[in-house]
Ligand binder design. Structure first.
Ligand SMILES: [Zn+2]
Length: 270
């Protein structure tokens, strides 16, 4: 639990009249004691055996319970810190900071323009040639990328189809100007999941857009193929600008358009 999450926990405990200490984000004896009081007072709303969990796990369970009380989906009250709990913790922080839950960013319209005339996925060969034969261009990335499958390896370039290179370069520059190196790292947008890959679609027989080098994956660990916006990190409001820069160039986020494979963005229309 980070400091912000502990502060939210302390506010939950205070509102439950279990805690009268400071909202300081430090989980000390007072906070831990209040966690135990809340679990005891509402025993039937916690799983059996909660009282035998570690102090940290009990604290996370109270945070989850507090989120559910406020109609924020924290998943099951299991005391485990996964992506769903992290999402709930972010929403709680917004709620306590602003008095309202995060705006309904799920309903924000996807920008559907096509200034580069990207082809439809079904007719990629007409525009981009045969799969697995793309002429690749190395586009420099303004921030340092780490390979998602081996974070010790870094790269300064993305190798993509020559036809999308200029557009990609513009997107990367806008992203960099907006977020800056440090924020990009915090948002895990330095975790590069690859572009060109001569392969078919996962769970399908047609060629993947990666086979032309016109698709890029970002932070695959936190945006798994089958995850929807309730779990995928790239679905969060702090990535709104990120997606806007891609969509202004006509790129398509499968997450935004279809709510799966949030890691993936492509220069091809659906
Ligand atoms: Zn992909």
């Amino acid at each position: 639990m980070n400091k912000t999450a502990v502060k939210s926990l302390q506010r939950i405990l205070r509102e439950a009249e279990a805690y009268s200490g400071e909202i300081d984000g430090l989980r000390g004896p007072l906070t831990n004691g209040a966690v135990d009081s809340m679990i005891e007072a509402r025993g039937d709303e916690f799983p059996d055996g909660t009282e035998r969990w570690s102090a940290r796990r009990r604290a996370v369970a109270c945070l989850q319970r507090g989120a559910l009380d406020r109609e924020i989906d924290a998943g099951p009250v299991d005391g485990l810190w996964g992506p769903q709990t992290e999402f709930a913790a972010d929403a709680l922080a917004t709620l306590f900071e602003t008095g309202a839950p995060p705006p309904d960013w799920r309903d924000q319209p996807v920008l559907d323009v096509n200034p580069n005339d990207w082809p439809r996925e079904s007719v990629l060969e007409e525009s981009f040639g045969s799969p697995c034969e793309a002429r690749l261009v190395q586009v420099p990335c303004p921030w340092t990328l780490s390979l998602a499958w081996d974070l010790r390896q870094t790269t300064e370039h993305i190798g993509c189809h020559e036809r999308v290179a200029e557009s990609l370069r513009r997107v990367l520059q806008r992203v960099y100007d907006h977020y800056g190196e440090e924020r990009l790292r915090e948002l895990r947008l330095n975790r590069y999941g690859g572009c060109y890959n001569c392969r078919r679609k996962r769970g399908g027989s047609s060629w993947s857009t990666h086979a032309w080098g016109v698709a890029i994956d970002w932070d695959p660990d936190q945006n798994k193929l089958r995850w929807g916006r309730d779990r995928a990190r790239l679905a969060r409001p702090e990535y709104e600008a990120w997606w806007q820069f891609w969509e202004e160039e006509g790129w398509v986020s499968l997450g935004r358009a279809r709510n799966f494979d949030w890691m993936h963005v492509q220069a091809a229309k659906l």
